[in-house]
Design a protein around this ligand. Structure first.
Ligand code: AMP
Length: 192
């Protein structure tokens, strides 16, 4: 079995903490898992919400956390001031491009519109063959159950190929998820 060499993982997640403690707890567990495996964190650079929780866990465990944040959001998202590196960009597009380039894979933790948009952008780019990096989802407290169901509908209705659905690897345990991402073998299935 081939394995992907993952040195840095990009984590997309909510700038809010969510309404259950499970979300922040899972973010901390994922942060610890990254450090245990000597994987650096690339994320959106905020110190609030689920975003702040994953970065704090990484830093407290002695790991590397790199934040990428657009200048316009530095004060709104309360940029983290203790990161290994904070990159301030001119635009949201530049932020997302740098996050994508600096990571060897992507994980979506629970989050809102920003998280979903970032997940779907990487998923779309993978389906188009723009990258072949693994994409995971940490399904905390069943948060992504309905999204998994809806994606099954997109396949059943003939809009998405099963191979493209399967690009997104969903697990509820951080260690199992990272393990699966390391073992990921990209398939080149054309969209057309
Ligand atoms: P949210 O999941 O909505 O709390 O947002 C999580 C992160 O996604 C935050 O760092 C936001 O700045 C970012 N974000 C929000 N909207 C967008 C967007 N349209 N494109 C890319 N990132 C976004």
């Amino acid at each position: 079995m081939t394995t992907v060499n993952i040195r840095n993982l990009c984590v997309y997640c909510g700038s809010s903490p969510g309404s259950r403690p499970d979300y922040v707890e899972a973010a901390r567990a994922l942060g610890n898992e990254l450090v245990r495996r000597d994987i650096g964190l690339v994320y959106g650079g905020a110190q609030v919400g689920v975003m702040g929780a994953v970065a704090d866990a990484v830093l407290e465990a002695g790991g590397r956390a790199v934040g990428i944040i657009p200048r316009s959001l530095v004060s709104k998202e309360i940029a983290h001031d203790r990161l290994t590196e904070l990159v301030v960009t001119q635009s949201m597009h530049e932020r997302k491009t740098i996050m994508a380039h600096r990571a060897d894979g992507f994980i979506a933790l629970p989050g809102g519109m920003g998280t979903l948009e970032e997940l779907f952008e990487m998923w779309t780019w993978a389906q188009l063959g723009y990258h072949d990096k693994p994409i995971g989802g940490l399904n905390v407290a069943g948060y992504y159950d309905r999204l998994v169901d809806f994606v099954a509908t997109t396949v059943a209705e003939g809009f998405v190929r099963p191979d493209h659905r399967d690009i997104w690897m969903v697990e509820s345990d951080p260690s199992a998820l990272v393990e699966r991402m390391i073992a990921y073998e990209p398939k080149t299935v054309s969209k057309w």
